[in-house]
Design a protein around this ligand. Structure first.
Ligand SMILES: [Zn+2]
Length: 271
């Protein structure tokens, strides 16, 4: 992916230099503002990296825009690490759902609120699931900045113990029902062709993973590690720890629904 890409007049993507199996090409930082308005916000500053900061500052210069706030989708370091230092550097507040991320002098965001910016607004959308504090931001163009709720390639992770599969499914439906014109993801390329079909696929994928676990347990009780080795046999082992978290989160849902019961020594069985 190119380091910097203008996606539409409202939004430019700047790719951070932190690629990994979990962050794909790296974290996408977005500079958002109405063209010619002189104002912009940054969504997900990403890692505290001098080169990345310089690339974002170059976009602000090109847009002839002054930064007015740093917004954060969720507390994970690959999205939030630079929030406090950039807030101090630019003398602007950090805005996030997690008070620890917003910090002293920051702004704790409430789902449903609209953030006014010169010439445009951003809508704050609750998208818990990947983490409890996860937010998405809807642009007036209809595009939605989805953080790690949806990735540009593959699928996202419902973390454990913080994440929540039921909340995640509800969040997928919430973004689906916004009728997004595009999804600008925290990692990977933007999804511009039929975003609702992508969200439908994510919902179907979760249902598929859940059924895979139920099918395995129908053969007999298993540990999480055994289930991960069978369900994720085809994916690289470096993502198995994340797969184990999603598996644990799915088992929590099935236990809450009384379809699965935890046994001794980390073993799960059908109820
Ligand atoms: Zn991330």
């Amino acid at each position: 992916m190119p380091r910097t890409a203008e996606l539409e007049p409202l939004a430019t993507r700047v790719l951070a230099p932190n690629p990994s199996p979990m962050t794909l090409d790296g974290t996408n930082t977005y500079v958002v503002g109405a063209a010619g308005s002189g104002q912009a916000v940054v969504v997900d500053p990403g890692p505290a990296d001098a080169g990345h900061l310089a690339a974002v500052e170059a976009v602000l210069t090109t847009r002839d825009a002054r930064l007015v706030a740093v917004l954060v989708t969720h507390h994970h370091g690959d999205h939030a690490e630079a929030a406090a230092p950039w807030g101090r550097r630019f003398g602007v507040p950090v805005a996030a759902a997690d008070p620890a991320v917003a910090g002293p002098g920051g702004r704790v965001l409430t789902p449903g609120e609209r953030l006014p910016l010169a010439g445009t607004t951003l809508g704050v959308v609750a998208t818990p699931g990947h983490t409890a504090d996860h937010l998405a931001f809807r642009l007036e163009s209809g595009a939605v900045l989805v953080g790690d709720h949806v990735l540009g390639r593959g699928t996202s992770v419902v973390t454990h113990p913080e994440g929540d599969v039921l909340a995640y499914l509800a969040s997928l439906r919430r973004v689906h029902d916004l009728g997004p014109s595009a999804l600008y993801c925290g990692h990977g390329p933007e999804l511009t062709e039929d975003p609702q079909a992508v969200l439908d696929f994510y919902l179907a994928h979760r249902a598929h993973r859940e059924q895979q676990l139920l099918d395995l347990l129908a053969d007999g009780p298993r540990t999480v590690g055994e289930m991960v080795a069978e369900v994720y046999a085809a994916v690289p082992r470096e993502v198995w720890p994340a797969a184990a978290q999603s598996t644990r989160a799915t088992l929590d849902k099935l236990v809450a629904e009384q379809r699965v019961v935890p046994q001794a020594a980390g073993v799960f069985a059908l109820a």
